[in-house]
Design a protein around this ligand. Structure first.
Ligand SMILES: C[S@@+](CC[C@H](N)C(=O)[O-])C[C@H]1O[C@@H](n2cnc3c(N)ncnc32)[C@H](O)[C@@H]1O
Length: 333
């Protein structure tokens, strides 16, 4: 039997992966992908459009080409398909704010070791503890650039045509509620989020002219009462921000508040039960070190366990966005 030859290639690539992130951010800042879309697709044209030297334009474009963000074809560069769709400014599908969402933490990640040694007791609502309306506005500019697409996916996966009222726990921009109400004319939704956040939610509701069916309720879902009379409960994308005890408590509170026959959907970055991935789930759990919250990555089995313990039946684990988000659902008898 031949022994597998080991080398350092994989480890070298990992140790330099931050350079790829830095290049992506610089390319977004300098509108590289937008300029390529406009036809400024050679080194000299991009250098002029971005106001940088040809030398630096070539360096950045070479890096982006080897990272497969752009391709060299017939004497000019073209955007990769996903870049063309999500990173050209001015397009409805532009996801720049979401793709830059973790960028403010850039310096902190360089100090991860020190952060891991922090001896302080974790804070229950972590980074949200002191969020102002202005910070929430910036934050949800990012979440909404991906949230409305996720909301459209949710209404394709889940039939809400017989439902009357949904509570959207930690609903943020209200993206899921707004899209669900637009797609189901009989449905009311209440976006439940922290008081400074719902000020921002109100703007999204108003912009989508759906004030008659989507409302807000300011509160902390770890402590306050949930909206009444709901037959659907949704909690999307705040799973790794809390520990197992708190998520279990929130699922129990949702179960207690739901009408009999109602359903709950927990959408989040969940780890496969064999703990081999996805990496995204591990990243969001590790991120919680930065705000010293109680948060960590939950497995699919953990989430099924919260539903089971609360009393839900017909519990299912569904792929939502493969490799990123999983949806666990259950019904109240
Ligand atoms: C990443 S955002 C997700 C927003 C939305 N569900 C979506 O998927 O687009 C997480 C949201 O949970 C809210 N949140 C976190 N902890 C909360 C708490 N204890 N009570 C109420 N809302 C909370 C945050 O304010 C934020 O709006």
């Amino acid at each position: 039997m031949t022994e597998k030859k080991l080398d350092t290639v994989r480890l070298q690539e990992m140790s330099r992966a931050f350079i790829e992130s830095a290049s992506l951010f610089a390319a977004i800042d300098l509108d590289l992908f937008t300029e390529i879309n406009r036809g400024n697709n050679t080194v000299s044209q991009f250098a002029e459009a971005a106001g940088i030297s040809q030398l630096n334009a070539e360096r950045l474009m070479t890096m982006c080409a080897t990272a497969t963000l752009i391709h060299w074809k017939n004497g000019h560069y073209e955007n990769a398909d996903d870049v063309e769709r999500f990173l050209v400014k001015g397009e409805k599908s532009y996801a720049g704010p979401w793709l830059s969402f973790l960028r403010p933490g850039w310096k902190n990640w360089g100090n991860l070791t020190e952060k891991l040694k922090n001896p302080d007791e974790p804070l229950v609502i972590g980074s949200y503890e002191s969020m102002t309306v202005e910070e929430a506005r910036k934050y949800h500019e990012g979440t909404s650039s991906i949230g409305f697409g996720a909301g459209r996916r949710f209404v394709k996966h889940v039939d809400l045509s017989d439902r009357s009222k949904m509570m959207d726990l930690g609903g943020g921009s209200g993206a899921y509620s707004i899209v669900a109400a637009q797609a189901n004319k009989q449905l009311q939704a209440v976006v439940f989020d922290l008081p400074p956040v719902v000020e921002v939610t109100k703007d999204f509701i108003q912009k989508n002219q759906i004030e008659d069916r989507v409302s807000t309720q300011g509160g902390d879902f770890t402590r306050d009462e949930f909206p009444e009379g709901c037959d659907v409960a949704l909690m999307a994308s705040n799973l790794p921000q809390y520990n197992r005890e708190i998520i279990s408590l929130v699922v129990q509170k949702a179960f207690n508040a739901l009408a009999s026959g109602g359903e709950m959907h927990l959408i989040g970055e969940m780890l496969d039960d064999d703990r081999t991935g996805p990496t995204d789930a591990a990243i969001w759990g590790l991120l919680e070190v930065m705000s010293n919250s109680t948060g960590l990555t939950h497995t699919r089995a953990d989430c099924v366990g919260y539903f089971d313990k609360a009393g839900f039946i017909k519990i299912e684990v569904n792929e939502f966005v493969p490799g990123i988000l999983t949806r666990v659902s259950g019904f109240k008898p």
